[in-house]
Write a protein that binds this ligand. Structure first.
Ligand SMILES: [Zn+2]
Length: 402
């Protein structure tokens, strides 16, 4: 009988260890789980900063003990940082990193001391790769226009700027949520960087060029004489210059962004193969992103007509893409064809491999794609920036530069 209890006890211990090590993160991280709130009873939600330590979100404790989440930059980072509201839940990194913000990696002794003094521990500070000054510059440049700015350091995959307008003040979410949520004209909650769907325009010529190069190993011999307009069947297509761009090879067609030449190229392409290339570049596919995003769509198929095909080749067909996705493609090109393997959050499906040493010689935590998770203990020391895994030819960007 004694043995039975010993075994039962050991089994229970094993389960608790397993739960804490493996399952707790997912369960606590679920926005639907009320355990979060129990957690928040013992930990003051950690801060979120930019890469230079500028505070983007912090929790202030009032004299009566009330905790208020404060966003010193107001509207500037509303979409990427998100909000944390008792009533309306969490978005952005506030949601994605809920677990870490409510976890303290302060020294054990310090935590114990706080417990004895009946004081709460501070959750970890989340150090992002975002840059306050750059985000501000982007915001000034965009002015009152609706739109998005996305800046990624191509050599590391770090995201420096993620700006979307119109925005909202996350400090006022509790008061204004219903107003903001019903504003269909401005959609202030929409993160246009990752959720916006736009015609890619001439940036899509990147994809078309890649497909042409794949189908034609002798692409260096391509030539086209631009007269300023391109005609095919009943379709007349002007070049953006409205005048002849002259004799162009493939490189020249790309550099001059000649619509006529791309219509001409389009007519030679194998539709199924074109689609396959687009899908290898993650059109119609999941994107590596922890923030909510919309899939980009590419709809050319065997039955697509010539005019639609020509429009698609220059980014004006039914193709839709997010600025985030286009940024990933450009970064892959800047890296000589290597995309970044952006890992997920370490849940079972996306268990992350151990990270190799990063460029700056540090060994990181989980790669977020969107930011590096810096671990900063409750009171400031011991911060270590995360690393970044550079992917091989992994389908994120098999782009070969011309
Ligand atoms: Zn032209």
């Amino acid at each position: 009988m004694t043995y039975f209890f010993v075994i039962l006890f050991l089994a229970l211990m094993a389960y608790l260890v397993y739960f804490n090590a493996v399952q707790a993160r997912d369960i606590i991280n679920s926005p639907y789980n009320e355990r979060q709130d129990n957690f928040a009873d013992r930990v003051i939600r950690g801060s979120i900063t930019d890469r230079n330590g500028n505070v983007l979100a912090e929790t202030e404790v009032l004299e009566d003990g009330t905790e208020v989440r404060h966003y010193p930059q107001g509207e500037l980072f509303a979409h990427v940082i998100g909000y944390s509201s008792q009533e309306f839940g969490k978005t952005g990194l506030e949601s994605v990193d809920n677990f870490n913000l409510l976890t303290s990696n302060a020294f054990f002794v310090e935590k114990l001391k706080n417990e004895f003094q009946n004081q709460k521990n501070r959750g970890d500070t989340l150090v992002t790769t975002l840059d306050l000054e750059m985000q501000r510059a982007a915001s000034d440049a965009l002015g009152d226009n609706k739109g998005a700015v996305f800046v990624m350091e191509a050599s590391t995959g770090k995201i420096l700027v993620m700006l979307s307008k119109p925005s909202y003040d996350p400090n006022q979410v509790d008061d204004l949520w219903y107003v903001l949520n019903s504003d269909e004209e401005n959609s202030p909650f929409l993160n246009r960087v990752t959720q916006g769907q736009y015609a890619p325009g001439s940036t899509f010529k990147i994809v078309t060029t890649l497909e042409y190069m794949r189908e034609n190993p002798d692409y260096a011999n391509y030539s086209f004489d631009c007269t300023g307009t391109f005609e095919h069947q009943n379709f007349v297509l002007p070049c953006w210059t409205r005048s002849a761009q002259g004799h162009l090879d493939l490189r020249g067609s790309f550099a001059q962004s000649c619509n006529g030449s791309y219509a001409n190229i389009a007519l030679t392409l194998d539709r199924a193969s074109y689609r396959k290339t687009a899908e290898e570049l993650l059109f119609n596919q999941k994107l590596p992103s922890l923030l909510d995003y919309s899939r980009s769509s590419f709809v050319v198929s065997e039955t697509t007509g010539d005019s639609e095909l020509m429009m698609t080749a220059m980014g004006q067909g039914n193709t839709l893409v997010s600025p985030y996705h286009m940024g990933l493609i450009c970064a892959a090109i800047a890296n000589g064809g290597q995309g970044y393997q952006l890992y997920g959050h370490g849940n079972q499906q996306e268990r992350t491999p151990k990270l190799p040493e990063a460029d700056d010689g540090t060994r990181g935590g989980t790669v977020k794609g969107i930011y590096v998770r810096g671990r900063k203990r409750g009171h400031g020391d011991g911060f270590k920036p995360g690393g970044l895994q550079r992917g091989g030819q992994n389908g994120n960007g098999g782009v070969q530069p011309g």
